[in-house]
Design a protein around this ligand. Structure first.
Ligand SMILES: [Zn+2]
Length: 304
């Protein structure tokens, strides 16, 4: 009701009761909407926090996997180096036994590349780089298994090669030392065994070596690697060289005109050690050559 100052006329304004209901209804709707909005916002916030947490966890996993892959790549590199060493060792073996290794090197390198290329090292890493949220556990596990297997094979191969090198080198040393060539280019005039006495032409005597007739001054060579035990003059054998070859073998070279080595010298198979002559008890220019095994004379013809 509205009452003016002069009270001349009193006016009354009537507000209909339904309008209060409308306002109350609007207020109620607004409250419900607000509550719903707050609830929805809260849910959205929770989802956001969960997602953020998941992303952080995935990032951590990815970082760990990145380190693992880097370590595995390092291991792959080490294995690669080990394989290269093996190939090198294999080359040494082939070279030692006088085999050409060019073709087989290519094969080895190809095999090596094949072994490495089946490992998903680079591919896996690129997958990781491109898609940051991939779980690479399976790839890492496969890579680990392959690397361990390859590493074991490599070490076993290396051990085998090292052992082969040792035994082949021993064998080669034996072959270098054992008398195995003729000491001089010449005609054999007398073999090992009983023969007529060349000085009296009567009766027989045992000839402990092989005689080679050759022109005066012809080269006399060591028949195997060894060390000079004696180089000097002997009443019967004249200017003489005795070489110790190891493995129970000694060789002697007699009646020389000149000696080119001295006691203690290391000599190689084929090295010139003296010149043919007729010094000592000799009927003509020739080389008298003997081979002893464990101190006993053996037929030198077995060792040409
Ligand atoms: Zn003789």
């Amino acid at each position: 009701m509205y009452i003016p100052e002069n009270e001349s006329s009193i006016k009354s304004i009537r507000i209909p009761t339904w309008s209060f209901k409308v306002v109350a209804g609007l207020l109620g709707a607004l409250m419900i909407y607000s509550s719903f909005s707050a609830y929805a916002l809260n849910n959205l916030n929770k989802k956001y926090e969960t997602s953020l947490k998941n992303i952080q966890e995935l990032t951590e996993i990815n970082n760990c996997q990145k380190i693992e892959i880097e370590n595995l790549n390092l291991n792959a590199q080490k294995i690669k180096e080990q394989l290269e060493q093996n190939i090198k060792a294999l080359e040494e073996v082939k070279s030692a036994v006088g085999l050409k290794s060019e073709t087989s090197t290519e094969t080895d390198e190809k095999d090596f590349s094949d072994n490495i290329s089946h490992l998903p090292v680079d591919d896996t890493y690129s997958v990781y780089s491109n898609t940051n949220s991939y779980d690479l556990s399976d790839e890492i596990s496969n890579l680990k298994t392959s690397l361990i297997s390859l590493s074991k094979q490599t070490l076993s191969q290396k051990t085998e090669i090292d052992e082969s090198i040792v035994s082949i080198n021993k064998r080669l040393d034996y072959l270098r030392c054992v008398p195995s060539i003729v000491p001089v280019v010449g005609r054999i005039t007398s073999g090992y065994g009983y023969r007529k006495n060349p000085f009296t032409s009567r009766g027989s005597q045992f000839h402990y070596g092989v005689d080679f007739a050759a022109p005066y001054g012809t080269d006399v060579v060591a028949t195997g690697d060894g060390t000079v035990l004696f180089a000097g003059y002997h009443a019967g054998y004249g200017r003489m060289v005795i070489i110790s070859h190891g493995y129970g073998f000694t060789t002697s070279y007699s009646h020389n005109s000149k000696l080119l080595v001295k006691k203690g010298d290391k000599v190689k198979k084929g090295q010139v050690i003296a010149k043919v002559g007729s010094s000592g008890r000799s009927t003509g220019t020739h080389l008298h050559y003997e081979v002893k095994l464990n101190g006993k004379n053996v037929n030198p013809a077995k060792y040409f």
